[in-house]
Design a protein. Structure first.
Length: 321
């Protein structure tokens, strides 16, 4: 799988040329706005409903999964085994569509509440089957103090102006995560009847690094073929749009310190390819607004996303043949 992925990467990875290593340096969405908030180790929450994806343990991993709280939210790091957690809607309002939710965190942590569980629960209330993807992460120090020091170093001026590695190198960096996302699509389709999901209406939404994974899954994923995708405060650099590109929803704040100051070529490329695209550019919200309650219009992104899904027929039960 990795070999195929690398061979196909050169024509699609303009997005990652400018942005992937930067996202790998991001710790969490709120780190800039609330830098004094303390990371506090916590016991891992109950994950009895999580299903292992079968992609195996992260190669050569030494540090094991651990959790901490910050900004009133919970974060996982050193994830070595990928899982998928279903959040199924009540049968009375289930529409048959499904969404894979990919939290962000710079490929070093996962914002499990703000960009994961809270999103999945909100989608399920709308009648959409949501599946939280806890994908494997780059290793960080097991010791919390060492971890905090590493993150502080990554937020130095040098870390914010990273080199631009070759696309093949970026493909190698994302290979485990891509394997996880492709496995998630395969598992949902395999159990579609059980979960009452339409195999042709499975999409993906990602936040920050999760948005990068969403775009990579769409552009170079082996068999995922999402029916729709959402890029929430991810990079918007130029890409080569595939012929079968799905409808794209994008939300970004104008004061996002990482992705609001570049070109929005992703939007332009989708439009030029005559593929459906909707772009919400909020005046304020920063990076990582997610499901946090904030006094900014960026909090309206979820309602807009729901309306967009409805417009595309994703929230109505599929008519019987």
């Amino acid at each position: 799988m990795k070999t195929n992925f690398i061979n196909r990467s050169s024509s699609h990875f303009g997005l990652f040329r400018q942005s992937l290593l930067l996202a790998a340096c991001l710790f969490t969405a709120q780190a800039v706005a609330q830098a004094n908030d303390v990371m506090t180790p916590i016991t891992a929450p109950d994950q009895s409903n999580a299903i292992e994806l079968g992609t195996g343990p992260l190669p050569e991993a030494k540090a094991q999964e651990s959790w901490h709280s910050q900004y009133g939210s919970r974060f996982a790091r050193n994830v070595t085994v990928a899982t998928l957690t279903p959040f199924l809607p009540d049968a009375s309002n289930a529409c048959g569509a499904a969404v894979i939710v990919a939290p962000g965190g710079g490929f070093r942590t996962l914002s499990m509440d703000n960009e994961g569980w809270d999103v999945a629960k909100a989608l399920a209330k709308q009648g959409i089957a949501a599946f939280l993807l806890k994908y494997r992460l780059n290793q960080t120090p097991a010791d919390m103090a060492a971890f905090e020091q590493e993150m502080a170093q990554m937020f130095s001026g040098t870390a914010r102006r990273p080199p631009r590695p070759d696309p093949a190198e970026m493909a190698t960096r994302l290979a485990p995560q891509l394997e996880d996302s492709n496995a998630a699509f395969a598992l949902i389709r395999k159990r579609a009847t059980e979960w009452k999901v339409d195999p042709d209406r499975i999409g993906m939404i990602g936040f920050s690094a999760g948005a990068m994974l969403t775009m990579a899954t769409t552009l170079v994923g082996k068999d995922a073929k999402p029916a729709f995708i959402a890029n929430i405060y991810g990079p918007l650099a130029e890409v080569k749009v595939p012929a079968d590109a799905p409808p794209l929803f994008v939300a970004l704040a104008a004061d996002d310190p990482f992705f609001a100051n570049g070109d929005f070529d992703l939007i332009k490329n989708w439009q030029l390819a005559k593929k459906p695209v909707e772009f919400h550019f909020y005046e304020q919200g920063g990076h990582g607004f997610g499901m946090y309650p904030k006094d900014t219009t960026s909090t309206g992104w979820f309602k807009a996303f729901s309306s967009w899904l409805k417009m595309h027929g994703m929230m109505q039960p599929k008519a019987k043949a």
